[in-house]
Design a protein around this ligand. Structure first.
Ligand code: BG6
Length: 511
C-alpha cells in the first residue's frame, strides 16, 4: 500500500519503488505449507522487483531436521522453473539460513538470538527483525512469549522488531481477547501485524481507490440510492488436506470475521482523513462497531448454515464433506454460511448487507455487488423488457478481477425495447496478467512499517463480536439435516429463502 501512503507515526516509512531497509526475516514454520505456497514465491517476486534490501537475510525456523543447504534447495523447488539459474535466485539463495528448533524450548530462542547477532554483523541488518508466524495458531502466543524472554522483542531508536501473526486469530471473541492480552504483554501494538491475506489482493485494495479517487460514486454510495449489498465468496475447493483444522473451525470462523469483514468494511467505511494506517483502520473499525449484533431470534432468521454432500463439480464426482480426510463421519461443522447484516449508521441504516461464503460451490467467484434502487418513475414501464434491469455495480475480486456496471439501454430496432447491458473493466485486459500472490505487498509493508493493511486488536475483536452470537446459537442448536447441499450447487435452499423473505434474490453468477 506504500505507493502513496505513510505508516503510523511510530515508524519511519520509505516510499514505494525503493527497496525496504535492512532486516532479517525470521520465518517460524519454514517447512510448512504457507511458506512454500505463498511466502517464498512472494519474497522472490520482491527480489525480482528489487524491493528487498541488499542487507536482507532470511532465517527459517521449524522442527524439521534440515541443513542450510537442504533449506536452500527446498526453497528453489517452491519457485517457478523459470527462476532456476537466474542471478536473482543466486542472490536470494545466499541470504537463506535455517535453524532447527522446537518452539516450546527456550534453547531454540537463545540459539536464534546468537544466530541473528551474527547475521547482523555479516549482513548489516542493523538489529531489525521481522518475525513471521507461519505456524499452527497454537504456537502464536508461545513464540511471542519466548521472543520476549530471549530479549528479541525489544525495539528502540536504533532498531525495530515486528511480529506478523497469521489467521486464525483466536476461535471466538474470548480466545481472541486472550491472545491479544498474551502478545501485548510482550509487544506494543505498533509491533504487531495481524495479517489477512485478502488485504493483499489488488482488487480488494482497489475498493478504496475506486470509492475515494473518483468523484462520481461517493455521492450515491448510501441508503438513498442503494437498495442492498451482496457479498459472495464462493469456492469450488473442499477442505483439501486441512480437514483436521477445518472440522474444528467451520466456515463461519474461517471466513467471516476476517476475509468477509474486510470486504464489508472497505465497501461501507467513510472516507478516511488521510491514508495513514490508523486513519484507514479507524474508519474500518467504526463500521465493525456499527454492525447490529444479532440476538438469538435474529440468528435463527438471518443466518443460514450448510454442509456439502457429494456431487458433481467440473465434470467429476466429488465426495461429501463427511468423507474428507480428517473430518468426523458425523461432523456438524458448516462449510457454507449466509447472513444478513445491518449497519446502524446514517449512511447505511435500512440497507441490508447479505453475505454468503462456502466451499464446493458451483463456481469459484468472489464479488461485491452494489444493488441500486429502482428508478422512482418508470417512464418505459410499458416497453417490452428484454431482461428486467436495475443498476448493479459489481466489484469482482476473483478469479476475474474487475468492475462492471449494468444499466438499461435501448435495444436497436424500430420498436422501443429496453435491455440490460454491462460496462465492464477487467484488470488483466487493461494492466496485463498479475503474477503476484498477494503476499508481496503485505511482506513489503511489514518491512517498511506500514500497518495500513493489517488488523488492529480492536478490529479483530469487533469482527469476532459479530459472529460470536451466531456461534452460540449454532452450538446450542445443532443442525438437523446436514449435509444439506450437493457439491457443485450454490448452497442450501435456506440461503435462497433468506433472500426471498425480503423479496430479493442472490445474483446469478454466470459461468
Ligand atoms: C483461508 C481459509 O484463509 O482463505 C481457507 O482458511 C480459504 O479455508 C482461503 O480457502 C480462501 O482464500 P482465497 O485467496 O483462495 O480466496
Amino acid at each position: 500500500m506504500a505507493a502513496t501512503s505513510r505508516a503510523n507515526q511510530e515508524s519511519d516509512v520509505e516510499y514505494a519503488g525503493k527497496a525496504a531497509g535492512p532486516c532479517v526475516l525470521v520465518l517460524f514454520g519454514a517447512a510448512g505449507d504457507l511458506t512454500k505456497r505463498k511466502l517464498i514465491p512472494a519474497l522472490f517476486n520482491l527480489v525480482r522487483a528489487k524491493l528487498l534490501p541488499e542487507s536482507l537475510a532470511v532465517m527459517g525456523v521449524s522442527v524439521d531436521d534440515l541443513s542450510v543447504e537442504d533449506f536452500r534447495n527446498q526453497v528453489s523447488e517452491f519457485l517457478p522453473a523459470a527462476a532456476g539459474g537466474t542471478e536473482d535466485l543466486q542472490w536470494f539463495r545466499q541470504r537463506l539460513f535455517y535453524e532447527r528448533g522446537d518452539f516450546a524450548d527456550p534453547n531454540t530462542f537463545s540459539k536464534l538470538q546468537e544466530r541473528l547477532g551474527k547475521l547482523d554483523l555479516e549482513y548489516h541488518s542493523e538489529g531489525n527483525y521481522l518475525f513471521y508466524m507461519a505456524t499452527a495458531p497454537r504456537f502464536f502466543g508461545q513464540i511471542v512469549q519466548q521472543l520476549g524472554k530471549a530479549g528479541l522483542a525489544v525495539q528502540d531508536k536504533r532498531c525495530w522488531r515486528r511480529v506478523v501473526i497469521e489467521k486464525p486469530f483466536g476461535h471466538d471473541l474470548e480466545s481472541a481477547k486472550a491472545l491479544n492480552r498474551e502478545i501485548k504483554s510482550v509487544l506494543q501494538e505498533n509491533q504487531i501485524y495481524r495479517i489477512d491475506h485478502y488485504l493483499g489482493k489488488e482488487t480488494v485494495q482497489n475498493i478504496m481507490v475506486f470509492r475515494f479517487d473518483n468523484a462520481i460514486f461517493e455521492p450515491i454510495w448510501n441508503r438513498r440510492y442503494i437498495d442492498h449489498v451482496q457479498i459472495t465468496n464462493a469456492e469450488t475447493v473442499g477442505v483439501e488436506r486441512r480437514g483436521g483444522y477445518f472440522d474444528t473451525a467451520g466456515t463461519l470462523r474461517d471466513m467471516v470475521p476476517n476475509h468477509v469483514m474486510q470486504l464489508l468494511t472497505l465497501t461501507a467505511m467513510e472516507s478516511p482523513v488521510s491514508f495513514q494506517a490508523d486513519a484507514v483502520r479507524n474508519e474500518q473499525a467504526k463500521v465493525l462497531h456499527s454492525l447490529l449484533h444479532l440476538n438469538s431470534e435474529d440468528v435463527l432468521q438471518r443466518s443460514v448454515r450448510g454442509q456439502y454432500g457429494e456431487g458433481m463439480l467440473g465434470g467429476e464426482r466429488v465426495p461429501g464433506y463427511r468423507s474428507e480426510s480428517g473430518v468426523a463421519p458425523e461432523s456438524r461443522t458448516e462449510t457454507f454460511v449466509a447472513m444478513k447484516l445491518n449497519i446502524d449508521n446514517w449512511r447505511w441504516a435500512g440497507v441490508p448487507f447479505y453475505l454468503r461464503t462456502g466451499k464446493r460451490l458451483a463456481q469459484r467467484h468472489t464479488e461485491i455487488a452494489i444493488q441500486f434502487k429502482r428508478m422512482p418513475f418508470e417512464l418505459f414501464r410499458n416497453a417490452p423488457f428484454h431482461k428486467l434491469h436495475t443498476n448493479t455495480l459489481v466489484i469482482q475480486i476473483q478469479p476475474v478481477e474487475g468492475i462492471s456496471l449494468s444499466f438499461g439501454a435501448k435495444i436497436p430496432g424500430p420498436l422501443l425495447r429496453v435491455g440490460s447491458v454491462d460496462m465492464s473493466f477487467e484488470y488483466s485486459k487493461y494492466f496485463g496478467a498479475d503474477a503476484y500472490t498477494g503476499y508481496e505487498v503485505l511482506l513489503y509493508d511489514c518491512m517498511i512499517g506500514d500497518a495500513t493493511l493489517f488488523q488492529r486488536a480492536d478490529m479483530v475483536e469487533a469482527g469476532w463480536s459479530v459472529v460470536d452470537p451466531v456461534l452460540d446459537v449454532w452450538r446450542a442448536l445443532p443442525p438437523r439435516k446436514f449435509p444439506n447441499y450437493a457439491s457443485g450447487t450454490w448452497g442450501p435452499a435456506e440461503a435462497d429463502q433468506l433472500m426471498e423473505l425480503d423479496d430479493r434474490q442472490w445474483r446469478k453468477i454466470e459461468p
